[in-house]
Design a binder for this molecule. Structure first.
Ligand code: HEM
Ligand code: HEM
Length: 210
């Protein structure tokens, strides 16, 4: 199975899960901010809240899928030139990003589930996520505050993550960003000694996306 061998780039499944979650989370950050801060019409606001909750359920689903995939996937090795402290920082930020996505979706769910006016999260096909928590105004307000703060922390971490990816691409000029992009070739064959078989790179037929 391809996911079990050392690889030069993230698999198509890994890339798809990354970019799909990234797009949805950026959309959620923007939608959350707009619906809370800028929309005054109550009907419009209600619709946007419902959309935000439904998309939140999909973020959770994607997170579950991605975590399951990640348990079996083999990540591309970091560039040989990347110092140990940067590798540690990068792994830490990635783990914290996963945890933040979990925390923000759970805080959102507990907030609306414990609300005195519990409106369930609507799903396509007339389905809904059941409200598992009894109405509790105090809990709902605490989760709202937490949700708002987590949104800012997540935004900060995403900004750091994006800056790091751009730094790798434009400053270090390595393949970290390229290996997360579809249809883009690596700058160098065999970025690190771990990737490079003895005697050079792979035959042309095996290069690129695996
Ligand atoms: C990746 C997931 C999520 C992100 C990035 C996100 C982001 C945000 C943001 C930025 C706000 C506005 C905060 C502010 O103005 O300070 C917000 C508000 C809100 N979110 Fe989320 N959210 C997510 C998931 C969820 C989920 C799963 C639910 C519920 C099932 C939810 C329910 C709400 C509600 C009800 C509000 C409005 C709270 C209020 O009235 O102030 N969110 N969210
Ligand atoms: C909401 C937005 C985003 C989130 C939540 C996010 C999250 C993540 C996470 C959790 C990983 C680690 C993958 C793993 O090891 O399992 C990752 C990897 C990566 N992300 Fe993002 N990402 C986002 C947006 C972006 C953007 C906009 C870029 C490019 C500018 C980017 C570039 C990368 C790259 C290059 C990697 C691979 C890093 C490596 O191989 O060490 N990400 N991302």
């Amino acid at each position: 199975m391809t996911t079990l061998s050392p690889r030069r780039r993230w698999s198509p499944a890994g890339q798809a899960l990354h970019w799909l979650s990234a797009a949805l989370i950026l959309f959620m950050l923007g939608l959350g901010l707009v619906m809370v801060e800028f929309v005054e019409d109550p009907g419009r606001r209600f619709e946007l809240y419902q959309l935000h909750k439904t998309c939140g359920a999909f973020v959770f689903l994607l997170l579950a899928l991605r975590t399951a995939w990640r348990l079996f996937a083999v990540a591309p090795s970091p560039p040989a030139t990347m110092p140990g402290h940067e590798r540690l920082l990068s792994r830490t930020v990635h783990v914290v990003l996963y945890l933040m996505i979990l925390a923000i979706t759970l805080s959102g769910y507990v907030m609306i589930s414990s609300s005195p006016l519990p409106l369930p999260v609507e799903l396509p096909g007339g389905l809904a996520v059941p409200n598992l928590i009894a109405p509790d105004y105090g809990l709902s307000e605490t989760m709202k505050t937490l949700h708002h703060r987590l949104a800012w922390v997540l935004l900060g971490l995403v900004a750091l993550h994006v800056l790091a990816a751009l730094k790798h691409h434009f400053w270090d000029r390595d393949d970290v960003l390229r290996q997360m992009l579809p249809l883009v070739r690596a700058r160098r064959e065999g970025r690190s000694p771990v990737d490079r078989p003895p005697g050079g790179g792979l035959p042309a037929a095996e290069r690129g996306d695996r």
